[in-house]
Structures are given as C-alpha cells and as structure tokens.
Design a protein around this ligand. Structure first.
Ligand code: PGA
Length: 242
C-alpha cells in the first residue's frame, strides 16, 4: 500500500563536474521505489534539467518559513517549486543542532513547504544521550507533535517522515533494524489511522550492505541516505533493494 521511497541528501557536497558525473550515472537507476535527490540549492535547476525523463524527483535540503520579502539568504517553498522541486527536507538534525532550529521553527517550515506545493520530508531523531536516558520515543513524539499542532494531523500524514537517530548520522553506526522498527512503529501509532499511508524513512549511515535488513521491517518504507548517496553505485544498489 505504501510505495517505497529512497531519498539522497547530498548535503553541502559537489561541484559542476562531480554533479554531472553523478547525474549521468543516476540516469541508469532501475528501481520500483520512488527516488528523490536533494542537491545544494544552487545546483537545483541544473539537476532538474539533467535528470529529466529519468523518473527521479528533486528536492531541497531546507526551506524558509517565510513566503517572500526582506529575508536575506532565504529561499521560499514557492521558489523551490518553481525551479522543479517536489520535496523539501525540514528539521534535519544538522539544521537543528548547528543552526539552532527549534521544533517551532521546524513546524513553521513544514507549513511553508506544504503551502508552497512541496512534500515535506520531516526529520526527527534523538541524540545518543537522549537514547541512553530512555527518552527516545518521547523526544520523537514531541518533534512530531509540534508539527501536528502547526499544520494538523492530516497534513503530517500526507508528508514523509524520516527517523534519523542523530548518533547514526555520518558516524557509520546504524540503528539495528529492530531499533528502527520500534521507533517507526511508535511514529505510526502516534499518527493514528491516517498514518497507515504515511511513508516513514530510516536515515543514518544507510548503505547497500545494511539496507535490505532495514527495508524488511514492516514500518520502514525506505531510506534517507546521506554519504552513500554521493556514490552512484551504492545509491543505485540501495534503490534496487527498496
Ligand atoms: P548519512 O546521513 O547517511 O551520511 O549518515 C544521513 C542524513 O543525514 O540524512
């Protein structure tokens, strides 16, 4: 019922040359899953043009909570939609921890992304300390609750949620498939009946070698891939496994 989704978050990596090579290789993706890539803002039009016809969607790594006006350095959901984005990541843990985005701001970005015609990919996740204190499920519930309060349950169920334990991002440590399933199931329960259709991705050091086990879990509907999405061979393999 839920169609798998594999998302590649390129973060602040790449240049014209490396991106052209990556796109050329991604054109060969053969996957039953939906695939979306998230290049840095400035390369979005180039990537949208480069992957045309390949059945791959493009998204933005961030979006402003504002619609337009005097907000230097910001980019709105409508602008992203206009240059061909379909999705936008909101609340990535790097935005939360390095740039101080709060649950409230993430909720506002979520609303603005949807208002701009984008599908938000809402990232949630606990730090290692929070996990060790037994706070994982409460932290994630609060992160999602803030967005439900801002946009409504229906809007959250229409979006994509990505569970990314902070301790697993870029560290080579993946949550075990069982640990991921526990959290994914709790998220789905929080969403109630309408959550049956919501795609919940796992993210954090996903590679071809650990993807199958994660994808076998009943509430894991795909992956948000960082580092491995810059390696065309790895990313294609993950897409094939989804
Ligand atoms: P990683 O990043 O796959 O490099 O751990 C995932 C993410 O931050 O989305």
């Amino acid at each position: 019922m839920r169609h798998p989704l594999v998302a590649g978050n390129w973060k602040m990596n790449g240049n014209h040359e490396s991106i052209a090579a990556l796109i050329a290789s991604l054109l060969e993706i053969r996957s039953d899953a939906d695939v979306v890539i998230f290049p840095p803002y400035v390369y979005l039009p180039l990537v949208v043009a480069g992957i045309e016809g390949a059945g791959i969607s493009v998204g933005a790594q961030n979006v402003s909570e504002q619609h337009s006006g005097a907000f230097t350095g910001e980019v709105s959901g409508q602008m992203l939609r206009e240059v061909g984005c379909r999705y936008a990541i909101v609340g990535h843990s790097e935005r939360r921890s390095i740039y101080g985005e709060t649950n409230q701001q993430v909720a506002e970005k979520f609303t603005a992304a949807q208002a701009g015609g984008l599908i938000p990919v809402l990232c949630v996740g606990e730090t290692l300390e929070q996990r060790e204190q037994g706070e994982t499920l409460a932290i994630i519930a609060a992160q999602i609750d803030a967005v439900i309060k801002g946009s409504g349950l229906g809007a959250v169920c229409e979006a994509v949620i990505a569970y990314e334990p902070v301790w697993a991002i870029g560290t080579g440590k993946t949550a075990s498939a069982e640990q991921a399933q526990v959290v994914h199931q709790a998220i789905r329960q929080q969403l109630g009946d309408s959550g049956a259709k919501t795609r919940i991705l796992y993210g954090g050091s996903v590679k071809a070698a650990n993807a199958s086990e994660l994808f076998m879990q009943p509430d894991v509907d795909g992956a948000l891939v960082g580092g491995a999405s810059l390696d065309a061979k790895e990313f294609k393999e993950i897409c094939k496994l989804a």
